[in-house]
Design a protein around this ligand. Structure first.
Ligand code: ADP
Ligand code: MG
Length: 711
């Protein structure tokens, strides 16, 4: 047993209680053996103040020196690691003029020569007497062992690696060496790992095959082998993912209990009244999505549904159906779009569909005149306008709904969690449908968007024609322009998209004007070309879109403002300049613009350079090979990783510390299943054995996911 914390001889004075584990973990790193004030200041720069936090300073990598052997036991042409002392450093020029650095190391009895060619910066790093670890392929040259370009690890004097093991490699900051960091972590793990609180009950550790926290800490810092490391990582990644999944499950449960939405049941009569307005039969996939949505809307539990469907799969009409169902019950519905162009297009679609009905729809964007705006706002408040189509402007303070029953958000990935909840508060618990044409990989829907139910439209509307995609290398361009002229002459239309550079104010218009000028005087001089970009006034934008929709323009030179949702079936040609600068989902979105009507679509990707990076080349090739947006989303996910696609900025949640949604796909599913199971047996995580887990969930996500009043 440990000695009392304080010795007290004073009679009658009770010894203070020994520190609790939590207090011990709160010990400032300064007091850790081998640390001291100076190093504590360095650690502070890494955000590390307490020993408890230090334990979570995980290695960023590991060096595997398990194959460390004495020089005497080396075998030619194998890979091995040896430890030794530098006994000679020499540099010379070879006959061919290469600089060769030779470093002789000895392990007491035998010697090995390490060689580097043309790496002059290495020489000053070696000093006689220094301890080093070298790993690489061994060769026997004459009577001497040699390693060319081995991996080097400089050792501290006190570093005992003679066993041959895996070494952690830590993120550092100036003022602390790798060896010192290793030492501190070894001390910290030995002295404090067992103080760490276990959030999982023993039964769950066993069921999910997780290491206890103290063991996991030991093994993540000092794994004996890769299997141990993997076990340790599994524990931390699983915990992190589970905590998120539990947060989402709790949020869902809380909403089910606390929030009430109007029940908007579907009847045969309403169904017939809605369908009468539609110019076409719905596809089986659309009907299925509608059934799922209508089932949700029929209940007082708020709907929280994601409708995903590839570009052109016909999501709009499904949304319109849902909105009309709300209206049939005397409620209002909002359709929110990410861009003005798209909002206006939706408004036109609705106006067309509703021309034979009493339902009033209104447009609310940021560019209405003050008079238009106040009239619209007033009629929304009075409940005269039943369907409101708008941009983020519908989130404004002054927009009050009379009876908001349903919110539809188009192109969901453009809106973060925060905006979603902002809109939610605009009414009293409306139902909530989000739509995306950028299919979200399954791992992501199950994690970051795990609070949403999902409906998927996988089938395109009937009569969808073929789609052709080309990479327009220089030699193929003349043929492409021939083709464009031929199609224009047949009456088809096309987009010519250039990337938008955000940094430069004028770039947008300047580059568009240049492309427009080149085309208008060159390849397409006999045709009518318009221009569209984000900085035009909304009036001009609207005019141009109308002219294009009416066929008064053959081509539209534009930025990616047409990326989302624009629907002009007669446009069948898409030319994308500097295509390598667009992401895959964006390219697919753009291509979707010309794959809508009764004609085949053609997309030409024009690289802006002859020297594409490997990643860019793969992206363009994926566009040629794959037309399925869901498959492309997975490719994109592989090429770029989730960070860039669904960065914290977009989903609005705190970042992960150890989990990686791409690497840890399987664990995401396991954690989700585990969370659902846990939440179903213990609603709100109220059982005492789940208290610690619950605390973790609230600490990390309570604020962002409004979990404050759970339980
Ligand atoms: P997205 O899913 O990309 O939003 P839209 O809703 O814009 O797709 O639909 C794409 C095109 O398909 C539109 O022109 C729309 O009118 C048409 N469309 C949708 N559903 C059907 C259907 N069931 N039959 C025929 N055309 C349809
Ligand atoms: Mg759409």
């Amino acid at each position: 047993m440990s000695a009392p914390y304080f010795q007290s001889d004073a009679p009658g004075e009770a010894a203070p209680p020994p520190p609790t584990p939590a207090e011990r973990l709160a010990t400032p790193v300064e007091y850790l053996r081998g640390c001291g004030r100076e190093r504590a200041q360095v650690l502070a720069k890494l955000g590390i103040h307490s020993v408890g936090r230090l334990l979570f300073h995980f290695p960023r990598d590991y060096q595997d020196y398990r194959d460390l052997i004495p020089i005497a036991e080396l075998k030619a042409d194998t890979t091995a690691s040896v430890r030794g002392t530098v006994s000679e450093v020499s540099e010379r020029l070879t006959k061919s003029g290469t600089r060769m650095l030779g470093v002789l190391i000895t392990d007491g009895t035998h010697a090995l020569r390490a060689l580097w060619f043309n790496q002059p910066y290495l020489k000053p790093k070696f000093r006689n007497g220094q301890s080093v670890l070298l790993s690489g392929k061994v060769k026997l040259s004459g009577m001497r062992w040699e390693m060319a370009h081995p991996r080097i690890q400089w050792l501290e004097e006190d570093e005992n690696v003679s066993q041959g093991r895996m070494l952690p490699v830590y993120p550092l900051s100036e003022g602390i060496t790798q060896g010192q960091m290793r030492y501190l972590l070894r001390v910290a793990v030995e002295a404090y790992a067992h103080d760490m609180d276990e959030v999982f009950p023993a039964e769950l550790l066993q069921r999910w095959d997780l290491l206890p926290i103290a063991t996991a800490l030991r093994q993540i810092h000092w794994p004996e082998n890769p299997a141990e490391l993997e076990q340790a990582q599994r524990r931390f990644v699983f915990q992190e993912l589970l905590v998120l999944q539990l947060a989402l499950a709790l949020r869902r449960q809380a909403q089910h209990i606390q929030l009430h939405s109007p029940a908007l049941p579907l009847s045969a009569k309403i169904d017939a009244r809605i369908r009468r307005l539609f110019p076409f039969e719905l596809t089986a996939a659309q009907d299925q999505a509608i059934r799922e949505i209508a089932a949700d809307l029929g209940r007082t539990v708020p709907m929280n549904r994601l409708l995903q469907g590839d570009v052109g799969s016909g999501k709009t009409i499904v949304a319109v159906y849902a909105m009309l169902l709300a209206v049939a019950h005397g409620y209002q519905a909002v359709l929110m779009a990410p861009t003005e162009v798209l909002a206006r297009q939706h408004a036109r679609t609705l106006a067309r569909l509703l021309s034979g009905s009493q339902v009033r729809a209104g447009l609310l964007t940021g560019t209405l005149t003050p008079q238009e705006r106040s009239a619209t706002v007033a009629s929304i408040q009075a409940g005269e306008t039943s369907i409101i189509i708008g941009t983020q402007a519908v989130l404004s303070e002054d927009v009050r709904f009379q009876r908001l029953g349903l919110v539809v958000i188009d192109e969901q990935h453009k809106f973060g969690v925060r905006q979603r909840s902002g809109l939610r508060q605009a009414g009293q618990n409306p139902h909530y449908l989000v739509m995306t044409a950028t299919p979200i990989p399954r791992t992501i829907t199950m994690s970051l968007y795990g609070d949403l139910d999902t409906s998927t439209i996988r089938e395109a509307p009937p009569g969808r024609q073929a789609m052709y995609t080309y990479v327009g290398t220089a030699d193929k361009r003349p043929r492409w322009w021939d083709f464009v002229r031929k199609k224009f002459s047949e009456g088809r239309q096309g987009y010519f998209v250039t990337p938008l550079v955000e940094e430069s104010e004028n770039w947008d218009a300047a580059s568009l004007n240049r492309v427009h000028g080149e085309l208008a005087q060159g390849e397409l001089r006999d045709y009518r070309l318009g221009i569209l970009h984000g900085r035009m006034s909304s009036h001009d934008k609207d005019q141009t879109m109308r002219a294009f929709a009416a066929g008064q323009l053959d081509g539209l030179v534009c930025t990616s403002v047409v990326e989302v949702g624009v629907d002009i079936p007669n446009a069948t040609l898409m030319t994308i300049y500097d295509a390598e600068r667009f992401g895959l989902s964006q390219l697919h979105q753009l291509r979707g613009r010309v794959h809508r009507g009764k004609y085949p679509g053609y997309c030409c990707l024009l690289p802006g350079t002859d020297e594409l990076t490997e990643e860019a080349a793969k992206r363009l090739q994926a566009m040629v090979d794959t037309y399925d947006g869901f498959a492309l989303a997975e490719v994109d996910f592989d090429l770029r990783g989730p960070g860039e696609l669904f960065g914290t900025k977009q989903h609005g949640l705190p970042p992960f510390y150890v989990a990686d949604l791409q690497r840890d796909r399987i664990l995401v599913m396991e954690a989700r299943a585990a969370a659902q199971q846990l939440a179903s047996v213990d609603q709100g995580l109220q059982l005492p054995e789940h208290a610690k887990l619950r605390k973790k969930v609230l600490e990390k996500y309570g604020r962002d996911l409004d979990l404050g009043d759970v339980g």
